[in-house]
Design a protein around this ligand. Structure first.
Ligand SMILES: Nc1ncnc2c1ncn2[C@@H]1O[C@H](COP(=O)(O)OP(=O)(O)O)[C@@H](O)[C@H]1O
Ligand SMILES: [Mg+2]
Length: 158
């Protein structure tokens, strides 16, 4: 007998509409303080997912990719959300100077593209989402690393 794996979920996303559907479900499983990594090549759909998630939470304005600003902030559904894109993050001093450390305060929901660029500085993820580009569509893998992450996954699997 196999115990169902409660720490990992594999989902094919045939198109952008499927990614948006997933984001709507993810929105229901987000809790304050969660750290979510979004990994995958340029164009894999990380920002698309964050944008759909914010809209699912009720944000009605624009969601710009924080490519140059590295960080954009939102409030929606009573959550304080932080969207990072660390692709252009270089300097470790920048982490302190920009006040990024303080953003991971156990209260803000931190959604982080390119977390690997801040290895050793950024806190562990509760949930890691990996997007893989397929000839058609994407494959999404979501993995829980903490108890908070496992709770999020169990809500997603309902
Ligand atoms: N599941 C999907 N299947 C096919 N195309 C997708 C999917 N998700 C997003 N896309 C498209 O791929 C591109 C992804 O861009 P973006 O979200 O900015 O990627 P990233 O932030 O990972 O660099 C967009 O043009 C979007 O329309
Ligand atoms: Mg992006």
């Amino acid at each position: 007998m196999h115990k169902p794996d409660d720490s990992r979920l594999d989902l094919p996303l045939a198109n952008e509409a499927a990614a948006i559907d997933f984001a709507v479900r993810l929105a229901q499983s987000i809790t304050p303080g969660m750290v979510v990594y979004l990994q995958g090549d340029l164009g894999a759909g990380k920002t698309t997912l964050v944008r759909a998630l914010l809209h699912a939470l009720g944000h009605t304005g624009r969601v710009k990719s924080p490519t140059y600003t590295l960080l954009e902030q939102y409030e929606a559904a009573g959550l304080h959300l932080r969207h990072f894109d660390l692709y252009r993050f270089r300097d470790e001093e920048e982490w302190e100077a920009a006040g990024f450390r303080d953003e991971f305060d156990g209260h803000n929901v931190c959604l982080v593209e390119w977390p690997e660029k801040a290895q050793g500085l950024i806190p562990q993820a509760d949930v890691e989402i990996v997007l893989e580009i397929l000839p058609s569509g994407r494959n999404l893998t979501i993995r829980a690393n903490t108890e908070t992450g496992r709770k999020c996954l169990s809500v997603l699997q309902r």
